[in-house]
Unconditional design. Structure first.
Length: 100
């Protein structure tokens, strides 16, 4: 379950994905399977090869890409890896906003 987002942020993430960009969306999150994590960053791109290549530089495997009904393939980033990647991508605003 996602929290802390505005509709326009979700729409912008989807638009960026549709335009072939690597798009980042961080939000508060609760999933009983991962009780120690409070946030997730979804990194998506319509171009699967481009997304897989982006993920490879961070050690993410292509089989970890989530394919949502209706599109918007993405990686889910959690925990230390999430923070590490956000820092390397220069997205400190995500870290600050969601206290990662």
């Amino acid at each position: 379950m996602a929290f802390g987002l505005k509709r326009y942020e979700i729409n912008q993430w989807k638009q960026d994905i549709d335009n072939g960009k690597i798009a980042f969306l961080t939000h508060y999150w609760f999933d009983e399977r991962f009780p120690d994590y409070r946030t997730v960053t979804k990194v998506g791109c319509r171009d699967i090869d481009k997304l897989a290549l982006w993920g490879k530089k961070y050690g993410l495997q292509i089989q970890w890409i989530h394919y949502r009904k209706g599109g918007y393939p993405h990686f889910d980033l959690l925990g230390e890896r999430q923070k590490e990647i956000l820092l390397k991508e220069g997205l400190t605003n995500h870290i600050e906003r969601f206290s990662i």
